[in-house]
Design a protein around this ligand. Structure first.
Ligand code: NDP
Ligand code: KPL
Length: 320
């Protein structure tokens, strides 16, 4: 089997590197300066245990497909549709992404779709270089067929992911795990906007409480942090590796890179969408979605909004 990792950034780079280290055939798909660096120098993976430069083949777009190809999609959700353009729709696709919208988007064109719930703290440091901060293994990945179930390929993907530096588990209800992860990721926008300002947890908890109430009302089930923690075993998230500091999560990193876009429409925005479908107001997540998008479009640095400003915007929206 060949794993083609589309979007070989923080998560995709780590997954591709770990599969390669586990002895699998891997192709990394990237673009721009990152692709040039991968092609020229290989992928450098920095972890708390080691730094290794791996000679993994790279491409900057679709290549002739093989029958045994599996696509692992690891772009941000806003890039899902464009990143799959040109890839044959008879290939299986596994979405190693946050949010719960990707699998459904992909199912429109591909009939074999898998969800991967990704607990893997990582960062794309510079072209060709990725850091993964989990210790003693980089991440915990739940794999399942979308919308539910586990088949032979899900078993195989989970087994292959678990061969080196990752833990791969199958789940018959992968979207329940992904909804649990979505609740956790509602804090991404808060971190991107106000950084690690003391007191920010109050806003994060307000966003999560709003979302939990809505998911309960919609009859959507989600895993709990306790369930997740019980599976993580002794894995910890190391914040510093040899002078490299993980400044923040994936949304914080989008702002730090000045990428011009952020995943908020698929994280807080997923709750806003569900609220609109059910006629339930979601003022906290609405403000977070809107402000995170504005920050990204205006290329403002992460953490540069005072917490009081964010709280005032939320209070104003809640009172309206
Ligand atoms: N970072 C983390 O710690 C975690 C992230 N996640 C989730 O994983 C997913 C990926 O996030 P993350 O790895 O942080 O994101 P990154 O931005 O680090 O990586 C995504 C990569 O996809 C590339 N890309 C986008 N479109 C294309 C395309 N058409 N062709 C080739 N490459 C493309 C991007 O290129 P470019 O830079 O040019 O846009 C980027 O290199 C997200 O859903 C995120 O929420 C989940 C758990 C942890
Ligand atoms: C949980 C977390 C923060 C990983 O560290 C994440 O999912 C992200 O960065 O988007």
């Amino acid at each position: 089997m060949r794993y083609i990792v589309i979007g070989a950034g923080a998560v995709g780079g780590t997954i591709g590197a770990r599969l390669h280290q586990g002895g699998h055939d891997v192709l990394l798909v990237a673009r721009g300066a990152h692709y040039e660096a991968l092609k020229r120098d290989g992928l450098r993976l920095i972890t708390p245990e080691s730094t290794e430069t791996l000679d993994i083949p790279a491409a900057d777009g679709p290549v002739p497909a093989r029958e045994d190809d599996v696509l692992i999609l690891a772009t941000k959700s806003q890039d899902t549709v464009s990143a799959l353009a040109g890839w044959p729709s008879d290939l299986p696709v596994a979405c190693a992404q946050n949010g719960v919208a990707n699998e459904r988007m992909v199912l429109r064109r591909f009939d074999r779709v898998y969800g991967i719930c990704v607990w893997l703290p990582a960062q794309h440091l510079e072209p060709g270089v990725v850091a993964a901060y989990g210790h003693p293994y980089s991440g915990l990945l739940h794999v399942g067929r979308y919308p539910q179930g586990v088949d032979d390929l899900a078993e195989r993907i989970a087994g292959d992911l678990g061969k080196h530096g990752l833990v791969g588990l199958t789940q018959t209800d992968v979207m329940r795990w992904k909804h649990g992860k979505l609740l956790s990721n509602l804090g991404n926008a808060v971190e991107a906007l106000v950084g690690h300002a003391p007191g920010r947890e109050k806003v994060v908890e307000a966003a999560r409480a709003e979302a939990r109430a809505l998911l309960d009302r919609a009859g959507i089930t989600y895993s709990t942090p306790e369930e997740e923690a019980s599976l993580r075993g002794n894995q910890v998230d190391v914040r510093h590796i040899e002078g490299i500091v993980r400044g923040g999560g994936s949304s914080w990193q989008s702002l730090a890179r000045g990428s011009g876009s952020i995943e908020a429409d698929y994280l807080n925005g997923e709750i806003v969408l569900l609220g609109r479908l059910h006629g339930v107001p979601t003022p906290v997540n609405e403000v977070l979605r809107r402000e995170a998008n504005t920050f990204a479009q205006e290329k403002r640095p992460p953490g540069s909004m005072p917490l009081e400003t964010l709280q005032a915007l939320i209070d104003g929206r809640c009172a309206a």
